[in-house]
Design a protein around this ligand. Sequence first.
Ligand SMILES: [Zn+2]
Length: 166
Amino acid sequence: MLDRILIDPQAFAEKGETLQGQVLLKDLDTRVLSSDIVDDSAAVSYHIQGGLDKWQRPFFDLSLSGSILLRCQRCLGEMPFVLEEDCRIVLFDNEDELDKAMLADEELDGMLVESECDVFSLLEDQILMALPFSALHDACDDADLTASNQDKPNPFAVLAGLKKSD
Ligand SMILES: [Zn+2]
């Protein structure tokens, strides 16, 4: 486990601070790894920008990117997955305001302001939401199977050859 990065979310947003870096999947909480990840040494880059929106609500803009190898749940082959996630999380003082805002805007991602926020658990939540529920190729290796079938001799051609030798 890495040293956790703790920020004061209110101050971070009000000062418009930024934070960026890279984290390896294996350094995050194991709940991130419970899905179909083949290679837990994959790195995810993150960028967090604090700010105040037009209603003067503090927010984080969070971007994640990385390339993660998953295991297809149908053929158990490897499946590259490109993680590209951008979201805004708006901070609220109390649950009533948070509920009201979430009702007014279905797209809104909100959370309650705490005195401390663990950056990696923020990332873990977003990575979990971004990963497919079940990794599946669009069409496993159908194309490859067809190609290798064509290499085999056509059974009718073989029969035709036998008849000739009669
Ligand atoms: Zn597959």
